[in-house]
Design a protein around this ligand. Structure first.
Ligand code: NFS
Ligand code: SF4
Length: 627
């Protein structure tokens, strides 16, 4: 088994930057230099500009802002606002999916591809399904889902998926999320000038806003995406820039909402469009992806992944990208000016993410088919504008098997343990692997790249060490793409696992790093943890399971961190969330939250140490359980 190393990936990037230099293109590698060193106050989280008496910055000589707020209050408010930004973003994505579900029709652009899942969720929510047309039910469920955003009373419906007693404990500690929009609004209200400056209150609300994301907006995004586009099943694909094909029209989908990327894939694969591409001198059409929308279509269609977050400029630098089509989130505004250096069309589609130097083709659920067709056509017609002397696609890609939804994991592991466990359709076989020690535990690897960490290096090194120690890795987002590019989602990666995990990989025919999807799909990980807890009669915080985001950068990542901790899973970060300026906030986040959820954060920028700390925590949990 041969992995692709970070050094090889960096060499490929450097070669692309040479092309960039020829055409005068900018790149993040240069902008980072211009922005370094970063503002110290910002880094520590002690800069406040929420009112016009400021901005105020805390120093030993000026320990309070003009209103008298101290560093703890300022850091706390900043942390809460950061979380609220992330919760709003994930949840608004979930809301869009609810709207798409509402537009689904037998003869429309969007269909119900997994009716069973819809029925299952309807039963969970106490909705009558008997004798109902599946599309009527879809519309009813979409409306109920949308009400979760603004209902005046009660908590998020999906909290009932937690093990017994956990929801009650969350309610008692005022961490159980009410309406999703309410938690975002309340967060902004609390962080307004002259509201909360008590760190404990700010951290609690950060957890609650995060929980509104993880057990509300994100979970709805995931579940209803499955209903619309199908629940992922294991499927083979490939990852890294080498998936782009020089002879073909290359369309790169980037962003997060599968409503767009699904439709683009659908049309790019149509005989009509393929014939048109041939007419225009290409051999065919290749759709590949960047960031989470790539994960979505990889999981459901096997569409190859061109790369993750910090590779988004690289796809344009290949000179072979006819169109980079984006919806929302994690899109560099740099793509506008960069695409102008090449023939590439930078197509924005969402009123929520509009950028200079882009072609805006507004995408609507109602007109999705037409919109997608127009975009694919535009890409095809752009093929002839390529500058052949600029085309260079790095010959670099790795095989990957992706598509491990909770349903797929349960199904794959059914019967693997050839044991007394005869309850199929539960997590018991996986539990048995864990209790017997064949697998020591699981790590949920998530999140972005960040130039503060050598890109992909932390993800890959961490995963290598974890699987060598018989710890199974479930991955999502840009972390999953790092793994796929390196080859860790190739089934033959079992060869670098410990003996126990290797055995399980062989028996179940799975790779040691399981692709669980995009970042909203971290809700899948929460469901899996809840199922494991229920099937073992434990609380989630007792399981030998931890979460890790070693290279995170976005507000969404902090919201995720808060719901992972809120759910009872210890979370390990490789980048500090701008809290070092307050000892009280540091204490609360790394220890204080334990009294409410049984979990807390660990921040460690030394990746080697971070890994050891995770392994240690997993072993501690095992010891506490006597396994
Ligand atoms: Ni997650 Fe996805 Fe990637 Fe980070 Fe951005 S794509 S939602 S935020 S950068 S993992
Ligand atoms: Fe300064 Fe207080 Fe205004 Fe913040 S809220 S800018 S600390 S005066």
């Amino acid at each position: 088994f041969k992995m692709t190393t970070v050094e090889e990936m960096e060499a490929a990037t450097n070669r692309l930057l040479e092309t960039g230099a020829k055409v005068g293109a900018d790149a993040w590698q240069f902008r980072v230099k211009n922005q370094t060193p970063h503002c110290k106050f910002g880094e520590q989280g002690v800069c406040c500009r929420i009112c016009a008496m400021g901005p105020c910055r805390i120093t030993p000589k000026a320990p309070r802002g003009i209103c008298g707020c101290d560093a703890h209050g300022i850091v706390g408010r900043n942390f809460l606002k950061f979380t609220a930004g992330g919760a709003a973003t994930h949840s608004d994505h979930g809301r869009e999916i609810c709207h798409t579900l509402y537009c689904a029709a037998e003869d429309g652009n969007y269909k119900v591809k997994d009716p069973e899942k819809l029925l299952r969720i309807a039963k969970e929510w106490g909705v009558e399904t008997e004798g109902k047309d599946i599309y009527d039910l879809a519309h009813e469920m979409a409306e109920i889902g949308l009400m979760e955003y603004g209902k005046p009373f009660g908590y998020q419906r999906f909290l009932d998926r937690m093990p017994e007693g956990q929801k009650e404990k969350l309610i008692e500690n005022e961490i159980a999320p009410r309406a999703i929009d309410r938690e975002v609004s309340t967060s902004l209200h609390m962080a307004h000038m002259g509201c909360s400056s008590l760190p404990e209150a700010l951290v609690k609300q950060s957890l609650r806003a995060g929980m509104a994301d993880g057990w509300g907006g994100s979970m709805m995004g995931t579940e209803f995406s499955d209903v619309l586009f199908g629940t992922p099943k294991p499927i083979d694909t490939e990852a890294n820039l080498g998936v782009m094909v020089a002879e073909n029209v290359n369309i790169v989908v980037h962003g997060h909402d599968p409503s767009l990327s699904e439709m683009i894939c659908e049309y790019a694969d149509s005989p009509e469009m393929i014939a048109y591409a041939k007419e225009m001198g290409a051999k065919g059409i290749t759709v590949s992806g960047v960031c989470c929308t790539s994960n979505e279509v990889a999981m459901r269609r096997g569409i190859p992944m061109a790369g993750n977050f910090l590779q988004q400029e690289n796809v344009v630098l290949t000179g072979a990208c006819e169109a980079i089509v984006v919806d929302v989130q994690c899109i560099f505004p740099a793509l506008g000016p960069l695409s102008k250096c090449f023939h590439t069309k930078f197509v924005t589609t969402s009123p929520i993410a509009q950028m200079p130097d882009s072609e805006f083709i507004r995408f609507n659920a109602e007109t999705a088919g037409e919109n997608a067709k127009a975009i694919v056509k535009m890409a095809i017609e752009n093929f002839k504008n390529r500058k052949p002397e600029l085309v260079h696609i790095p010959d670099m890609k790795a095989k990957a098997t992706v598509g491990y939804s909770v349903e797929a994991i349960v199904k794959t592991l059914d019967g693997v343990t050839n044991s007394q466990v005869d309850e199929t359709g539960t997590t018991k076989p996986l539990l048995e692997c864990i209790t017997s020690g064949v697998i020591r535990g699981a790590v949920a690897m998530v999140g972005c790249n960040n130039p503060k960490i050598r890109p992909d290096y932390a993800h890959i090194e961490l995963m290598k060490k974890l699987i060598a120690n018989d710890i199974v890795v479930i991955a999502s987002g840009c972390s999953a793409q790092a793994a796929a590019k390196a080859g860790l989602m190739d089934k033959s990666a079992k060869d670098i696992c410990g003996a126990g995990l290797k055995r399980v990989c062989e028996l179940a025919d799975i790779p040691p790093v399981l692709h669980m999807g995009s970042c909203v799909d971290i809700s899948r990980m929460m469901i899996l943890a809840a199922e494991l807890a229920k099937d073992s009669g434990l609380q989630i915080n007792q399981l030998p399971v931890v979460g890790c985001a070693p290279e995170w950068m976005s507000e969404k990542a902090v919201s995720i961190g808060n719901y992972v901790v809120g759910t009872g899973i210890d979370t390990f970060l490789g980048v500090d969330p701008y809290v070092s300026g307050s000892s009280e906030m540091c204490e609360l986040l790394t220890e204080g939250t334990r009294k409410w959820t049984g979990a807390a954060y660990t921040v460690e920028t030394d990746i080697e140490k971070l890994t050891d700390l995770m392994i240690e925590r997993i072993e501690e949990k095992r010891t506490a359980l006597g396994i």
